[in-house]
Design a protein around this ligand. Structure first.
Ligand code: RTP
Ligand code: MG
Length: 139
């Protein structure tokens, strides 16, 4: 069953480059409502656990290194068709292939430093949101 929710992180590159406000603006203008939000820095342990599904991939070490390199903004979002619409809003994983006007097209520099995360399924959105937020932190 579709939950109409997705989970995103504004990644360390976009935070360091001063894009938190612009990215949240684009997300809200895209019709998403903020359900939960926090500003935190991941540790090797927490980033490793979050990306455990990628632990066998060659880029896993670099991904964990990068995601712990500075603070991130973690957000749960709500909208009809949230998963698909959010992935359309952010664009392709590699910003060189991200469509004009998408968040990764505007704010990302490389496939590693690609500005934002977006959940890839309802099931993972639920798991990822629960990783960061208790029931008392969702509105
Ligand atoms: P995300 O999970 O961050 O929203 O991105 P995604 O679904 O588009 O990509 P995914 O396959 O889930 O990969 C997670 C993150 O790992 C980095 N990556 N690097 N060097 C590479 O080939 C490579 N492939 C993926 C990216 O930063 C990607 O966002
Ligand atoms: Mg993914």
């Amino acid at each position: 069953m579709a939950t109409n929710r997705t989970f995103t992180m504004i990644k360390p590159d976009a935070v360091a480059n001063g894009h938190i406000g612009a990215i949240l603006n684009d997300i809200i203008a895209g019709g998403f409502k903020i359900v939960a939000m926090k500003y935190i820095q991941l540790t090797t342990e927490t980033a490793g656990a979050f990306y455990a599904v990628h632990s066998a991939r060659p880029f896993y070490g670099e991904l964990v290194n990068f995601m712990t390199s500075g603070p991130i903004v973690a957000v749960i979002l709500e909208k009809e068709n949230a998963i698909e619409d959010f992935r359309t809003l952010i664009g392709a994983t590699n910003p060189a292939e991200a469509a004009e006007g998408t968040i990764r097209n505007k704010y990302a520099k490389s496939i590693d430093a690609n500005a934002v995360h977006g959940s890839d399924s309802d099931e993972n959105a639920q798991i990822e949101g629960a990783f960061f937020f208790s029931q008392f932190e969702r509105f």
